[in-house]
Design a protein around this ligand. Structure first.
Ligand SMILES: Nc1ncnc2c1ncn2[C@@H]1O[C@H](COP(=O)(O)OP(=O)(O)OP(=O)(O)O)[C@@H](O)[C@H]1O
Length: 471
């Protein structure tokens, strides 16, 4: 069963029989639906639809004053974006076909088994949400602007791919479906989750849980909580993180590391919208939107049989991938400036000038730790700095110790099958030219890229020039 029952639009039930209205809303509430409105007098329906942002209507056919069929026609005409589900006392194929022709979304007989009816309402809600999201997305991509740029103000970037991510997030932020955030460690996934939580306008808190490395029992206890006496040592009851996140957002980080047993538990939670605190046989409903994050390639894990396919598909309904810092190098100067400012304030020191050479050095580094690594470098340099111009010493040291600045695997396309090999001298020259290009003619950086000393590089450059007859 779908958990998609907390839409940010209203669901209106219209029926002249109050007992039926009551039992229908109890049943929907029990399955986690909220934002429900009841209407016993069909003449009032259009006013309620206008006032309460109704997007799904459950409509009886046989009513005094204004019949369900007449009301259906009015709704379809005036509010074509409202989905109408007919709930009729009549099990007549002809009536059903007629209603669908008039524009009804679905048709159920009142005696339909409850589960099927709930499934039908969930489907209508989900389709409506997807429709709204698609509309929002189209509008955003056409206008190319953000509605609430201030929400992203602490995420420093001028990268186009990041802008598209923000636009997408604005569109899906109101959804009650899970959101999957991918991207290497340190790219800012948690920051993204915070922004989505603010955009969702949920009144509850954002609760972040790192589920990587939790064994299955601890996973269940952390999320679901337990009753007193549920296990040895459970001296008092404890609410789980799901309960703490009620009305808000639950972020599960490092989802790629979940054990197979925990994956099943998470899948059930997302499918049924229910969970059992340890030691309890009464289910509770989840009232939080779930965001999951991982630095791993979930699709690959799923293909390798390490991550459940059904869970993967459920999680990736909405998903974004945050690009690594090395793929948005234009962000480096801005981020450096931002972190130096931050550090200067925290350390109560004046902010030094950044030497141009430093930006070239950073531009040539591949940042395996992404933005987190740049932040740590900036803080470390600031804490040691005593001069007006930022010393490059701590950066040099850190980057020297860190694995290979751009020591990528050699491009084997240099050695094409059937083509003569370049001579050692030619390769030498090509490497030096490339290092000088990447370092923007900075010999100190170029020599580091080549793994030789600066005097050695200088000698080779001079030799190259004299070979060409240039003094
Ligand atoms: N674009 C950005 N602007 C400013 N700060 C950023 C940006 N991206 C990341 N940061 C900072 O970098 C640090 C790491 O970010 P965060 O914890 O969100 O990364 P993550 O992707 O969730 O990492 P992990 O996968 O290890 O959990 C944080 O201090 C965060 O504030």
């Amino acid at each position: 069963m779908n958990t998609n029952c907390n839409p940010n639009f209203g669901i209106l039930m219209i029926d002249d029989e109050m007992p039926f209205l009551r039992s229908l809303s109890i049943s929907l509430e029990r399955h986690g639906f909220n934002n429900l409105y009841r209407c016993q007098d069909s003449r009032e329906a259009m006013r309620i639809i206008a006032k309460e942002k109704i997007k799904v209507v459950l409509l009886d056919l046989t009513m005094p004053y204004l019949s369900g069929e007449a009301l259906l026609k009015m709704i379809v005409e005036e509010y074509p974006d409202v989905s109408v589900i007919i709930l009729s006392g009549l099990n007549q194929l002809e009536t059903a076909v007629n209603c669908i022709r008039l524009g009804a979304y679905d048709y159920f007989v009142k005696t339909t088994e409850e589960g099927r009816l709930i499934e039908g309402v969930s489907r209508a809600v989900r389709m409506k949400e997807m429709h709204i999201e698609n509309q929002n997305m189209r509008q955003k991509f056409l206008s190319g602007t953000l509605e609430q740029p201030e929400v992203f103000s602490k995420i420093i970037t001028q990268d186009q791919a990041m802008d598209s991510v923000f636009q997408y997030l604005e569109s899906v932020s109101i959804s009650s479906q899970p959101l999957l955030i991918g991207g290497e460690s340190g790219v800012g996934k948690e920051q993204i989750a915070q922004a989505v939580h603010v955009l969702s306008k949920r009144s509850g808190p954002l609760i972040c849980v790192n589920v990587g490395g939790l064994d299955d029992n601890i996973f269940a206890d952390t999320l679901f909580g337990h009753h007193r006496g549920a296990f040895t040592g459970a001296n008092s009851a404890r609410a789980g993180m799901i309960e703490q996140a009620a009305g808000g957002t639950l972020m599960l980080d490092e989802i790629g590391d979940l054990s197979p047993a925990s994956q099943i538990k998470l899948l059930r939670l997302l499918q049924e919208g229910e969970y059992y605190p340890l030691g309890s046989d009464r289910p509770k409903r989840i009232k939080a939107r779930v965001i999951v994050a991982t630095h791993q390639d979930l699709e690959q894990k799923q293909q390798n049989g390490e991550f459940r396919k059904d869970l993967f598909y459920r999680l990736r309904i909405h998903h974004v991938n945050i690009p690594a810092l090395r793929h948005r190098k234009k962000d480096i100067p801005m981020l450096l400036d931002y972190f130096l400012n931050e550090a200067a304030k925290e350390l109560n020191k004046p902010k030094p000038t950044v030497p141009k050479e430093l930006l070239v050095l950073l531009d040539n580094y591949n940042f395996p730790g992404n933005v987190r690594e740049l932040r740590a470098l900036a803080y470390d340099a600031m804490s040691q700095n005593k001069t007006k111009t930022l010393s490059m010493e701590s950066f040099r040291r850190a980057l020297n110790m860190a694995a290979i600045p751009n020591k990528s695997v050699p491009d084997t396309s240099l050695f094409k099958e059937g083509q003569p090999l370049p001579t050692l001298q030619e390769t030498n020259d090509l490497l030096i030219e490339e290092a000088m290009r990447r370092s923007k003619d900075n010999q100190s950086i170029a020599s580091r890229l080549l793994g030789i000393s600066q005097p050695a590089l200088s000698k080779r450059l001079k030799k190259k020039l004299s070979d060409k007859g240039i003094d």
